[in-house]
Design a binder for this molecule. Structure first.
Ligand SMILES: [Zn+2]
Length: 211
């Protein structure tokens, strides 16, 4: 049995946490784009040298190179039981290529849905302590409950920044989800519940797919 998954979800959806839980549950690696590129470079093979060259020059890694890197990565021993891709594919072209190079393609896309307003509330409602860097939600207090320092809003957590990040995410993700829907591979979950509850829902949905 193997489980080949792609994780999709907006920033603040708990995607990283769910990926880690799934990785532990199935005993399969969670692979991010950054890890894949770093590993390719570390290996120093021909592909790695091409990637390093592009990264050094600040160039974007073209689709066909990304797909080769992923294909090579998931053919390794630790992926014999499957894998969880996080951050790849980013475009429908990459998704199509991935379906071509993997026998049978991926098994499912785990799509964590969190309403726009909830994401904005989660991310834009965060305050950080200037002194000890602890993070709190806005309603807690105006001074740091840990050290008494001043709380401020990081640029990343400003409402306008969060809205922009969401817009970029939606533009990239909508076509990708649409493509996987045509293949009937999208498992959609409400990402607003407690972490453990969401995880159980994801695991039982996957069990039905790979049964
Ligand atoms: Zn503090």
């Amino acid at each position: 049995m193997s489980v080949k998954l792609v994780l999709l979800g907006p920033p603040g959806s708990g995607k990283g946490t769910q990926g880690a839980l799934l990785s532990k549950f199935y005993g399969i690696p969670q692979i991010s784009t950054g890890d894949m590129l770093r590993q390719a470079v570390d290996e120093g093979a021909e592909l790695g040298k091409r990637v390093q060259d592009m990264l050094t020059r600040g160039q974007l890694v073209p689709d066909e190179v990304m797909v080769s890197v992923v294909e090579e990565r998931v053919s390794r021993e630790d992926c014999a039981q499957g894998f969880i891709l996080d951050g790849f594919p980013r475009t429908t072209d990459q998704a199509r290529a991935l379906e071509r190079v993997l026998p049978g393609g991926i098994d499912a896309v785990v799509f964590l849905h969190v309403p726009r307003e909830e994401v904005i509330a989660r991310l834009a409602g965060r305050l950080t302590c200037r002194k000890c860097s602890a993070v709190f939600s806005k309603r807690d207090s105006s001074l740091c409950p840990v050290c008494g320092g001043d709380l401020y809003q990081r640029d990343d957590d400003l409402r306008s920044t969060v809205e922009h990040r969401l817009k970029v995410y939606e533009e990239h993700t909508a076509p990708l989800v649409g493509y996987y829907r045509t293949l009937d591979k999208v498992l959609e979950f409400d990402g607003t519940g407690p972490v453990e509850e969401v995880a159980r829902g994801v695991e039982s949905a996957i069990a039905r797919v790979i049964a």
